[in-house]
Design a protein around this ligand. Structure first.
Ligand SMILES: Cc1cc2nc3c(=O)[nH]c(=O)nc-3n(C[C@H](O)[C@H](O)[C@H](O)COP(=O)(O)OP(=O)(O)OC[C@H]3O[C@@H](n4cnc5c(N)ncnc54)[C@H](O)[C@@H]3O)c2cc1C
Length: 487
């Protein structure tokens, strides 16, 4: 049995989810095949969460054009879909003459790219913008911002699902073949989908999918970045991301802020051929400590909450030079397949413009009929922790589950955990609950509430305890009982 769809999208990162949502505006049957047990489990959930201005990319490149578009539309998108976004600005701090000249070049490139409001500021104005940082001058980008990258991706995916897109989670695409004018996409768990269109939005796996589509010859290298997350007690000291002067290939160490008030130190940038290792290295963390301390000496190792890493898929040419985003249809070689390769930074910022570009490319080849039932908004209730006392009392009166705080440090109520468990794409892991509700994200990282959430998942999703996974396929929370009756 091979269900038939108009479009199959491989990959449920921010790009695949944005494409799913944009395509849902048309009368199409759409499926997303994702190898993980939820969306946003790879690069889209492992980045800095900066909404870039678009000045760092070569004039005329897709990266520059789509980044500027994505930056401009992020405010409206966040209101439509209910995810956290702040247009807080960003500074690139310098001290030497060479750095000044480099920043001037970046400013001119930014102006060519259409970035608004870019200007050089002196040390005094820099200090007024970010009192915790010292420097002789800076390039200030008022239009840059920060976004909750999990919130953005989950919102796109859930809105797509609410508009009829089907998500198949835990389904790794292993083979794609073309027969009788259709694509047959085979995934783990015996899933096979027949489709008129295939869209390769597989991120770090995009080269493999490209090869399966018959578009070979791309060279993609991994660039691994380690980060440290600091306690949100320091959040007020970082009103906007603080960057050093970038080189041609590396953005440099930065001190950034998240929409939840945490501070990020990173990234490290190591080229590798490993596309799946997310461990962090002590030597990198020590290097981050030293470099970040030189830029922003306001933290101690005691402020560390946790570390993480992300991997960028960099498309390179034969000389190893980094290439632009590749977004293509090869009508002869792989008809009705949109191939996206090398979607590295600023892919988060540019995700919706990338999706709109994909739709336009499809529309050049066939007529798409508008879906009059498409609903672009996603109504998210205000988090309990952000409600006034009066709003909290009213919420508890209407729904007593708001009266039970499951995660005390992040003030997440049982009502919000239940809402996270019953998400429209059917993701049922501990981390699915964490990124939707913020439970387990505080200093204790779930030490208090994790077991209560596991019980709620068992009850609500009708799972046995030995079926509960933390994050990835096979990351079982329990393997059996250690006392009491034998399993
Ligand atoms: C360290 C770091 C910092 C960054 N900072 C920023 C930033 O501040 N601002 C910004 O705009 N961008 C940033 N980026 C870039 C941005 O995160 C990415 O461009 C974006 O997330 C790419 O999204 P994606 O959907 O293409 O890839 P992914 O998120 O990797 O999604 C691809 C999906 O495909 C799935 N998949 C892969 N192979 C298969 C298969 N065979 N079958 C089924 N599913 C498959 C994967 O599981 C994954 O979920 C950063 C990236 C990194 C690594």
């Amino acid at each position: 049995m091979c269900p038939n769809f108009d479009v199959v999208i491989v990959g449920g990162g921010v790009v695949g989810s944005a494409i799913a949502r944009e395509l849902a505006r048309y009368k199409l049957t759409i499926a997303v095949l994702e190898k993980n047990l939820d969306v946003c489990m790879e690069t889209s959930g492992r980045n800095t969460g900066v909404v870039h201005g678009g000045f760092a990319y070569d004039a005329g490149s897709l990266k520059a054009r789509l980044c500027v578009q994505g930056n401009r539309m992020m405010g409206e998108l966040s209101e439509e879909l209910g995810f956290a976004f702040r247009r807080c600005g960003k500074v690139l701090v310098g001290n030497t003459e060479a750095e000044y000249q480099s920043l001037l070049k970046t400013l001119r490139q930014g102006e060519q790219n259409g970035v608004r409001g870019l200007r050089m500021v002196d040390g005094k104005e820099l200090h007024a913008l970010v009192p915790s940082v010292e420097g002789r001058f800076a390039l200030y980008s008022p239009d840059s911002g920060i976004v909750d990258s999990f919130g953005l991706t989950i919102a796109l995916a859930e809105n797509a699902a609410a508009n009829g897109v089907r998500y198949f989670l835990g389904r790794e695409v292993r083979n794609i073949r073309r027969a009788d004018g259709s694509w047959y996409v085979e995934a783990g768990g015996g899933v096979c989908c027949q489709a008129r269109w295939v869209i390769n939005a597989a991120g770090l796996g995009a080269k493999r999918i490209s090869d399966l589509l018959g578009i070979t010859g791309y060279h993609v290298v991994a660039s691994k970045d380690d980060y440290i997350i600091l306690d949100n007690r320091l959040g007020d000291l970082v009103p906007m991301p603080i960057y050093t002067v970038p080189s041609n290939t590396y953005m440099g160490i930065h001190v950034s802020c998240t929409t939840d008030g945490n501070v990020l130190l990173g990234p490290t940038a190591e080229t590798s051929d490993n596309f799946s290792y997310y461990g962090t290295e002590q030597k990198n963390l020590d290097m981050l400590y030293e470099s970040a301390m030189a830029l922003w000496p306001h933290f101690t190792r005691g402020d560390y909450i946790r570390t993480y890493s992300g991997i960028l898929p960099k498309l390179v040419d034969e000389e190893g030079k980094i290439q632009d985003f590749k977004i293509e249809i090869r009508d002869q070689q792989a008809p009705h397949a949109v191939n996206l390769v090398g979607i590295e930074s600023p892919g988060l910022t540019a995700s919706t413009p990338i999706a709109k570009m994909v739709v336009e490319m499809v529309k050049e080849r066939e007529r798409l009929e508008r879906n009059p039932a498409f609903i672009p908004e996603r109504k998210e209730p205000k988090p309990f922790r952000l409600m006034t006392k009066e709003e909290q009392a009213e919420a508890v009166r209407k729904n007593p589950d708001y009266g039970e705080l499951v995660c005390r440090c992040q003030q997440v109520s049982k009502a919000e955990i239940l809402r996270a468990i019953h998400n429209p794409i059917g993701a049922r892991t501990m981390v699915s609950v964490k990124y939707r509700s913020r439970a387990m994200m505080g200093r204790c990282q779930g030490g208090y509430c994790q077991m209560r959430i596991a019980r709620l998942l068992e009850e609500e999703a009708h799972l046995k305890d030995t079926e509960l996974t933390y994050e990835r396929p096979g990351s079982w929370l329990f393997t059996g009982k250690v006392r009491g009756e034998e399993q």
